[in-house]
Design a protein around this ligand. Structure first.
Ligand code: CMP
Length: 139
């Protein structure tokens, strides 16, 4: 089933010059990029985006990090794009991320793990709406 998901290159990925490499992987995989922007996330948007982690001890650190520099926000479309993009990223903890995945190849810490992807259709819908207005998405 074709579906849309929200992908993000986090500030560490942008700072390290991994944007083109990650977009290359997305395009080579065959996903259609239907939204794309460089974006300095306002603190309120970051707190909303990570709302489900608000009671975790690392919440403050997470919000500080994600607002520490611009991210690349990406809307992707394709067959099983939600699970497929998460599989391309690899495990959240880079120590468990397989070589060949984005985190396996480029990330070394749990907090600074280069990329993000929605984990369900409900999160994809919520996150796409949080980061993109309708007019910024290709039909
Ligand atoms: P992401 O998938 O973007 O969404 C939640 C984020 O929380 C996750 O990536 C990690 O970067 C971060 N995270 C999860 N566990 C920890 C942790 N123990 N310490 C710091 N950050 C964490």
């Amino acid at each position: 089933m074709s579906e849309r998901t929200f992908a993000m290159i986090k500030p560490d990925g942008v700072k390290r010059g991994l944007t083109a490499e990650i977009l290359r992987r997305i395009e080579h995989k065959g996903y259609r990029v239907v939204g794309l922007k460089l974006y300095q996330i306002p603190r309120e948007v970051a707190e909303n985006h990570y709302g489900e982690h608000s009671d975790k001890p690392f919440f403050g650190e997470l919000v500080d990090f994600i607002t520490s520099g611009p991210v690349v926000a990406i809307a992707l479309e394709g067959e099983n794009a939600i699970a497929g993009w998460r599989s391309m990223m690899g495990a959240t903890n880079p120590a468990n991320a397989a070589p060949g995945t984005i985190r396996g190849d480029f990330a070394t810490s749990m907090g600074e793990n280069v990329s993000h992807g929605s984990d369900s259709p409900e999160s994809a819908e919520r996150e796409l709406a949080l980061f993109f207005s309708d007019s910024e998405l290709i039909k």
